[in-house]
Design a protein around this ligand. Structure first.
Ligand code: PLP
Length: 375
Protein backbone atom coordinates (compact mmCIF):
# COMPACT_ATOMS: atom_id res chain seq x y z
CA UNK A 1 0.00 0.00 0.00
CA UNK A 2 1.23 3.45 -0.88
CA UNK A 3 2.05 5.41 2.25
CA UNK A 4 0.66 8.91 2.23
CA UNK A 5 2.44 11.91 3.64
CA UNK A 6 0.79 12.84 6.90
CA UNK A 7 -0.85 16.23 6.97
CA UNK A 8 -1.45 17.99 10.26
CA UNK A 9 -4.23 20.59 10.23
CA UNK A 10 -5.11 20.69 13.91
CA UNK A 11 -2.88 23.44 15.30
CA UNK A 12 -5.63 24.70 17.60
CA UNK A 13 -5.43 21.38 19.45
CA UNK A 14 -1.65 21.48 19.68
CA UNK A 15 1.32 22.16 17.45
CA UNK A 16 4.63 20.44 16.78
CA UNK A 17 7.47 21.90 18.84
CA UNK A 18 9.63 23.94 16.50
CA UNK A 19 13.09 22.54 15.71
CA UNK A 20 14.93 25.50 17.20
CA UNK A 21 12.67 25.49 20.24
CA UNK A 22 13.35 21.78 20.81
CA UNK A 23 17.12 22.36 20.50
CA UNK A 24 17.10 25.13 23.07
CA UNK A 25 14.99 23.02 25.41
CA UNK A 26 17.23 19.98 25.05
CA UNK A 27 20.23 22.07 26.11
CA UNK A 28 18.38 23.18 29.24
CA UNK A 29 17.03 19.73 30.10
CA UNK A 30 20.53 18.27 30.16
CA UNK A 31 21.35 20.42 33.19
CA UNK A 32 20.13 20.20 36.81
CA UNK A 33 18.39 23.55 36.90
CA UNK A 34 16.28 24.41 39.92
CA UNK A 35 15.80 28.14 40.32
CA UNK A 36 15.35 27.78 44.09
CA UNK A 37 18.89 26.43 44.56
CA UNK A 38 21.51 28.90 45.74
CA UNK A 39 24.42 27.36 43.84
CA UNK A 40 25.60 28.23 40.41
CA UNK A 41 23.07 25.96 38.65
CA UNK A 42 20.27 27.58 40.60
CA UNK A 43 21.39 31.04 39.58
CA UNK A 44 21.61 29.91 35.98
CA UNK A 45 18.08 28.50 36.17
CA UNK A 46 16.81 31.79 37.52
CA UNK A 47 18.55 33.68 34.74
CA UNK A 48 16.95 31.47 32.07
CA UNK A 49 13.51 31.94 33.63
CA UNK A 50 13.84 35.70 33.97
CA UNK A 51 15.15 36.05 30.39
CA UNK A 52 12.15 34.07 29.15
CA UNK A 53 9.78 36.09 31.29
CA UNK A 54 11.16 39.32 29.86
CA UNK A 55 10.83 38.08 26.28
CA UNK A 56 7.21 37.02 26.74
CA UNK A 57 6.41 40.21 28.65
CA UNK A 58 7.89 42.33 25.85
CA UNK A 59 5.76 40.60 23.22
CA UNK A 60 2.63 41.10 25.34
CA UNK A 61 3.60 44.74 26.06
CA UNK A 62 4.02 44.33 29.82
CA UNK A 63 6.78 44.14 32.44
CA UNK A 64 8.27 40.82 33.49
CA UNK A 65 6.79 41.03 36.98
CA UNK A 66 3.31 40.86 35.45
CA UNK A 67 3.88 37.40 33.96
CA UNK A 68 3.05 34.43 36.21
CA UNK A 69 4.14 31.09 34.75
CA UNK A 70 1.67 28.23 35.25
CA UNK A 71 1.58 24.57 34.27
CA UNK A 72 -0.85 25.20 31.38
CA UNK A 73 -3.39 27.59 29.93
CA UNK A 74 -5.99 25.62 31.84
CA UNK A 75 -4.21 26.34 35.12
CA UNK A 76 -3.86 30.03 34.27
CA UNK A 77 -7.62 30.21 33.61
CA UNK A 78 -8.29 28.51 36.94
CA UNK A 79 -5.98 30.93 38.74
CA UNK A 80 -7.72 33.90 37.10
CA UNK A 81 -11.26 32.76 37.89
CA UNK A 82 -10.85 30.96 41.21
CA UNK A 83 -8.00 33.04 42.55
CA UNK A 84 -9.33 36.53 41.85
CA UNK A 85 -10.25 38.13 45.15
CA UNK A 86 -11.73 41.51 44.24
CA UNK A 87 -15.04 40.41 42.76
CA UNK A 88 -18.10 38.75 44.21
CA UNK A 89 -19.83 37.82 40.94
CA UNK A 90 -18.55 36.23 37.77
CA UNK A 91 -19.85 36.51 34.22
CA UNK A 92 -18.47 34.35 31.42
CA UNK A 93 -19.38 34.02 27.77
CA UNK A 94 -21.17 30.88 26.61
CA UNK A 95 -18.35 30.00 24.22
CA UNK A 96 -15.47 29.91 26.71
CA UNK A 97 -13.08 26.99 26.91
CA UNK A 98 -14.06 24.33 29.46
CA UNK A 99 -11.26 25.50 31.76
CA UNK A 100 -13.04 28.84 32.21
CA UNK A 101 -16.59 27.48 32.26
CA UNK A 102 -15.77 24.79 34.82
CA UNK A 103 -13.57 27.03 36.98
CA UNK A 104 -16.46 29.51 37.19
CA UNK A 105 -19.17 26.95 37.96
CA UNK A 106 -18.87 27.20 41.77
CA UNK A 107 -19.41 30.94 41.55
CA UNK A 108 -22.77 30.46 39.81
CA UNK A 109 -21.85 32.74 36.92
CA UNK A 110 -24.16 34.59 34.58
CA UNK A 111 -23.57 33.51 30.98
CA UNK A 112 -23.11 36.16 28.31
CA UNK A 113 -24.67 35.02 25.01
CA UNK A 114 -23.13 35.30 21.55
CA UNK A 115 -24.73 36.13 18.21
CA UNK A 116 -25.00 33.85 15.18
CA UNK A 117 -21.42 34.66 14.16
CA UNK A 118 -20.12 33.66 17.57
CA UNK A 119 -19.41 37.21 18.71
CA UNK A 120 -20.24 38.06 22.29
CA UNK A 121 -23.35 40.24 22.50
CA UNK A 122 -22.38 43.58 23.99
CA UNK A 123 -26.02 44.60 24.41
CA UNK A 124 -26.63 41.48 26.48
CA UNK A 125 -23.51 42.14 28.55
CA UNK A 126 -24.70 45.69 29.19
CA UNK A 127 -28.07 44.37 30.34
CA UNK A 128 -26.45 41.80 32.62
CA UNK A 129 -24.14 44.40 34.13
CA UNK A 130 -27.09 46.69 34.87
CA UNK A 131 -28.62 43.95 36.99
CA UNK A 132 -25.39 43.10 38.78
CA UNK A 133 -24.61 44.60 42.11
CA UNK A 134 -21.16 44.57 43.66
CA UNK A 135 -17.86 43.91 41.96
CA UNK A 136 -17.90 41.72 38.89
CA UNK A 137 -15.25 39.70 37.09
CA UNK A 138 -16.06 39.18 33.41
CA UNK A 139 -14.23 36.53 31.41
CA UNK A 140 -14.44 36.66 27.61
CA UNK A 141 -11.91 34.91 25.41
CA UNK A 142 -9.89 36.84 22.85
CA UNK A 143 -10.33 34.25 20.08
CA UNK A 144 -12.48 31.16 20.07
CA UNK A 145 -10.72 27.83 19.69
CA UNK A 146 -13.37 26.28 17.43
CA UNK A 147 -14.36 29.09 15.08
CA UNK A 148 -11.36 31.40 15.45
CA UNK A 149 -13.75 34.33 15.95
CA UNK A 150 -12.08 37.32 17.64
CA UNK A 151 -14.08 38.91 20.42
CA UNK A 152 -14.56 42.67 20.92
CA UNK A 153 -12.52 42.73 24.13
CA UNK A 154 -11.89 46.47 24.13
CA UNK A 155 -15.65 47.12 24.02
CA UNK A 156 -16.19 44.51 26.74
CA UNK A 157 -13.62 46.29 28.89
CA UNK A 158 -15.29 49.68 28.36
CA UNK A 159 -18.64 48.34 29.53
CA UNK A 160 -17.18 46.50 32.50
CA UNK A 161 -15.01 49.45 33.56
CA UNK A 162 -18.04 51.73 33.54
CA UNK A 163 -19.46 49.29 36.04
CA UNK A 164 -16.29 49.26 38.16
CA UNK A 165 -15.57 45.62 37.33
CA UNK A 166 -12.62 43.55 36.07
CA UNK A 167 -11.94 41.63 32.86
CA UNK A 168 -10.05 38.43 32.22
CA UNK A 169 -9.41 37.27 28.68
CA UNK A 170 -8.31 33.81 27.58
CA UNK A 171 -5.88 34.60 24.77
CA UNK A 172 -4.59 31.04 24.33
CA UNK A 173 -5.59 30.84 20.66
CA UNK A 174 -4.74 34.45 19.86
CA UNK A 175 -1.32 35.01 21.44
CA UNK A 176 1.38 34.32 18.86
CA UNK A 177 -1.10 34.40 15.99
CA UNK A 178 -2.21 37.99 16.05
CA UNK A 179 -0.51 40.89 17.80
CA UNK A 180 -1.79 40.91 21.38
CA UNK A 181 -0.99 43.90 23.58
CA UNK A 182 -2.16 43.57 27.17
CA UNK A 183 -2.25 47.31 27.86
CA UNK A 184 -3.99 48.11 24.62
CA UNK A 185 -6.71 45.59 25.45
CA UNK A 186 -6.79 47.15 28.93
CA UNK A 187 -7.78 43.85 30.57
CA UNK A 188 -6.89 42.93 34.15
CA UNK A 189 -5.76 39.37 33.45
CA UNK A 190 -4.86 37.43 30.31
CA UNK A 191 -4.14 33.74 29.81
CA UNK A 192 -1.59 32.46 27.30
CA UNK A 193 -0.20 29.00 26.50
CA UNK A 194 2.84 27.73 24.62
CA UNK A 195 1.73 24.62 22.81
CA UNK A 196 -0.55 26.22 20.24
CA UNK A 197 2.35 28.19 18.77
CA UNK A 198 5.22 25.73 18.47
CA UNK A 199 6.14 25.68 22.14
CA UNK A 200 5.93 22.72 24.52
CA UNK A 201 2.81 21.44 26.25
CA UNK A 202 2.41 21.96 29.97
CA UNK A 203 3.42 25.58 30.21
CA UNK A 204 1.22 28.64 30.24
CA UNK A 205 1.08 32.01 31.93
CA UNK A 206 -1.33 34.42 33.46
CA UNK A 207 -0.47 38.04 32.76
CA UNK A 208 -1.86 40.41 35.36
CA UNK A 209 -2.25 44.12 35.97
CA UNK A 210 0.10 45.43 38.64
CA UNK A 211 -1.31 45.35 42.15
CA UNK A 212 -3.99 42.76 41.44
CA UNK A 213 -5.09 40.52 44.34
CA UNK A 214 -4.92 36.82 43.52
CA UNK A 215 -4.96 33.79 45.82
CA UNK A 216 -2.61 31.05 44.63
CA UNK A 217 -4.39 27.86 43.67
CA UNK A 218 -1.30 25.68 44.10
CA UNK A 219 0.39 25.99 47.46
CA UNK A 220 3.93 25.12 48.46
CA UNK A 221 7.17 27.01 47.87
CA UNK A 222 7.20 30.70 47.10
CA UNK A 223 7.85 30.43 43.36
CA UNK A 224 6.31 32.95 40.98
CA UNK A 225 6.16 35.63 43.69
CA UNK A 226 3.92 33.35 45.71
CA UNK A 227 1.25 33.16 42.98
CA UNK A 228 2.11 29.61 41.89
CA UNK A 229 4.14 27.12 43.88
CA UNK A 230 6.14 24.28 42.34
CA UNK A 231 9.62 23.86 40.93
CA UNK A 232 9.82 25.70 37.65
CA UNK A 233 9.85 23.74 34.43
CA UNK A 234 12.83 25.70 33.16
CA UNK A 235 13.04 23.99 29.77
CA UNK A 236 9.34 24.54 29.09
CA UNK A 237 9.53 28.19 30.15
CA UNK A 238 12.51 28.79 27.87
CA UNK A 239 10.75 26.88 25.07
CA UNK A 240 7.64 29.02 25.53
CA UNK A 241 9.67 32.21 25.13
CA UNK A 242 11.55 30.86 22.10
CA UNK A 243 8.26 29.92 20.40
CA UNK A 244 6.69 33.28 21.21
CA UNK A 245 9.71 35.13 19.80
CA UNK A 246 9.68 32.95 16.68
CA UNK A 247 6.01 33.69 16.06
CA UNK A 248 6.37 37.39 16.70
CA UNK A 249 9.00 37.50 13.95
CA UNK A 250 6.92 35.77 11.30
CA UNK A 251 6.20 37.85 8.25
CA UNK A 252 3.28 40.17 8.72
CA UNK A 253 3.69 40.15 12.50
CA UNK A 254 2.26 36.73 13.06
CA UNK A 255 0.44 34.09 11.06
CA UNK A 256 -0.80 34.87 7.61
CA UNK A 257 -4.37 34.01 6.64
CA UNK A 258 -3.58 33.36 3.00
CA UNK A 259 -3.68 29.54 3.20
CA UNK A 260 -6.87 29.46 5.22
CA UNK A 261 -8.51 31.92 2.82
CA UNK A 262 -7.24 29.97 -0.17
CA UNK A 263 -8.75 26.78 1.27
CA UNK A 264 -12.11 28.38 2.00
CA UNK A 265 -12.31 29.84 -1.51
CA UNK A 266 -11.66 26.43 -3.05
CA UNK A 267 -14.20 24.69 -0.82
CA UNK A 268 -16.84 27.28 -1.64
CA UNK A 269 -16.28 26.74 -5.34
CA UNK A 270 -16.96 23.02 -4.80
CA UNK A 271 -20.00 23.31 -2.55
CA UNK A 272 -22.59 26.08 -2.65
CA UNK A 273 -24.28 24.69 0.45
CA UNK A 274 -21.15 24.89 2.60
CA UNK A 275 -21.23 26.91 5.86
CA UNK A 276 -18.09 28.46 7.31
CA UNK A 277 -18.84 29.75 10.77
CA UNK A 278 -17.79 33.31 11.55
CA UNK A 279 -16.52 33.97 8.01
CA UNK A 280 -18.07 37.44 7.95
CA UNK A 281 -16.44 38.64 11.15
CA UNK A 282 -12.85 39.00 12.35
CA UNK A 283 -11.09 35.69 12.94
CA UNK A 284 -7.60 34.60 13.83
CA UNK A 285 -5.82 33.80 10.54
CA UNK A 286 -5.41 30.05 10.89
CA UNK A 287 -8.84 28.69 11.79
CA UNK A 288 -11.82 27.54 9.78
CA UNK A 289 -14.93 25.77 11.09
CA UNK A 290 -16.61 24.11 8.15
CA UNK A 291 -19.93 22.30 7.67
CA UNK A 292 -20.19 19.56 5.06
CA UNK A 293 -23.97 19.24 4.80
CA UNK A 294 -25.29 15.80 5.68
CA UNK A 295 -21.91 14.26 6.58
CA UNK A 296 -21.30 13.70 10.26
CA UNK A 297 -18.05 15.15 11.55
CA UNK A 298 -17.09 11.74 12.97
CA UNK A 299 -17.35 10.15 9.52
CA UNK A 300 -15.39 12.98 7.96
CA UNK A 301 -12.69 12.67 10.59
CA UNK A 302 -12.29 8.95 9.98
CA UNK A 303 -12.14 9.48 6.23
CA UNK A 304 -9.57 12.23 6.60
CA UNK A 305 -7.61 10.10 9.02
CA UNK A 306 -7.52 7.21 6.53
CA UNK A 307 -5.95 9.67 4.11
CA UNK A 308 -3.39 10.71 6.72
CA UNK A 309 -5.01 14.08 7.34
CA UNK A 310 -5.53 15.24 10.94
CA UNK A 311 -8.40 17.65 11.57
CA UNK A 312 -10.84 17.82 14.44
CA UNK A 313 -14.50 18.17 15.29
CA UNK A 314 -15.77 20.43 17.99
CA UNK A 315 -13.34 20.95 20.81
CA UNK A 316 -10.46 18.52 20.66
CA UNK A 317 -9.48 19.35 24.22
CA UNK A 318 -11.83 16.76 25.68
CA UNK A 319 -11.71 12.99 25.62
CA UNK A 320 -11.54 12.31 21.91
CA UNK A 321 -15.31 11.84 21.92
CA UNK A 322 -17.15 13.87 19.31
CA UNK A 323 -20.07 15.72 20.84
CA UNK A 324 -22.02 18.64 19.44
CA UNK A 325 -19.91 21.68 20.19
CA UNK A 326 -21.23 23.96 22.96
CA UNK A 327 -19.80 26.85 20.96
CA UNK A 328 -21.88 26.12 17.87
CA UNK A 329 -24.98 25.41 19.96
CA UNK A 330 -24.47 28.76 21.73
CA UNK A 331 -24.40 30.40 18.27
CA UNK A 332 -27.87 29.01 17.64
CA UNK A 333 -26.72 26.28 15.25
CA UNK A 334 -28.99 23.25 15.48
CA UNK A 335 -27.59 19.97 16.78
CA UNK A 336 -27.70 18.19 13.41
CA UNK A 337 -25.81 20.93 11.64
CA UNK A 338 -23.32 21.33 14.51
CA UNK A 339 -22.63 17.59 14.25
CA UNK A 340 -21.42 18.06 10.66
CA UNK A 341 -18.81 20.74 11.41
CA UNK A 342 -15.09 20.13 11.41
CA UNK A 343 -12.31 22.47 12.46
CA UNK A 344 -9.29 22.99 10.25
CA UNK A 345 -6.45 24.93 11.85
CA UNK A 346 -3.21 25.54 10.02
CA UNK A 347 0.23 26.48 11.27
CA UNK A 348 3.19 28.43 9.94
CA UNK A 349 4.63 25.26 8.39
CA UNK A 350 1.46 24.28 6.52
CA UNK A 351 1.95 24.27 2.74
CA UNK A 352 -0.30 25.00 -0.19
CA UNK A 353 0.20 21.39 -1.37
CA UNK A 354 -1.17 20.14 1.93
CA UNK A 355 -4.21 22.38 1.62
CA UNK A 356 -4.73 21.17 -1.96
CA UNK A 357 -4.75 17.57 -0.76
CA UNK A 358 -7.14 18.40 2.07
CA UNK A 359 -9.49 20.06 -0.44
CA UNK A 360 -9.26 17.08 -2.78
CA UNK A 361 -10.23 14.65 0.01
CA UNK A 362 -12.97 17.01 1.22
CA UNK A 363 -14.36 17.15 -2.33
CA UNK A 364 -14.31 13.39 -2.69
CA UNK A 365 -16.35 13.03 0.49
CA UNK A 366 -18.71 15.83 -0.47
CA UNK A 367 -19.42 14.20 -3.77
CA UNK A 368 -20.42 10.93 -2.10
CA UNK A 369 -23.92 12.27 -1.64
CA UNK A 370 -25.19 8.75 -0.99
CA UNK A 371 -22.99 8.44 2.10
CA UNK A 372 -23.86 11.96 3.22
CA UNK A 373 -27.57 11.37 3.05
CA UNK A 374 -27.33 8.02 4.77
CA UNK A 375 -25.17 9.47 7.56
N1 PLP B 1 -8.19 28.14 26.35
C1 PLP B 1 -8.40 27.89 25.06
C2 PLP B 1 -9.17 28.84 24.24
C3 PLP B 1 -7.89 26.71 24.50
O1 PLP B 1 -8.12 26.45 23.22
C4 PLP B 1 -7.16 25.82 25.31
C5 PLP B 1 -6.65 24.54 24.76
O2 PLP B 1 -7.15 24.03 23.81
C6 PLP B 1 -6.95 26.16 26.65
C7 PLP B 1 -7.47 27.33 27.14
C8 PLP B 1 -6.17 25.29 27.56
O3 PLP B 1 -4.79 25.48 27.39
P1 PLP B 1 -3.79 24.29 27.82
O4 PLP B 1 -3.94 23.23 26.79
O5 PLP B 1 -2.45 24.94 27.84
O6 PLP B 1 -4.24 23.84 29.16
Amino acid sequence: METKEKIYLDYNATSPVGKKVAEVMAGIMAQPLNASSVHNYGREAKKHIEDARRKIAKIAGVEGAQVIFTGSGTEANNLAIKGFRDANTVEVSTIEHASVIKAAEDKKPTYIPVDKNGVVRLDALEGILKHTSGKVLVSVMLANNETGVIQPIKEVVKLVLAHGGFVHTDAVQAFGRIPVDFNDLNVDMMTISAHKIGGPQGIGALIIKKGLHLSPQILGGGQESGYRAGTHNVAAIVGFAAAAVYNSRLEGGNYSSHLRDYMEKKLKSIAQDITIFGEDVARIPNTSCIVMPGMKAETQLINFDLEGIAVSAGSACSSGKVEASHVLLAMGVDKEKAATAIRVSVGPETTREEIDRFVEVWKRQYERADIREAA
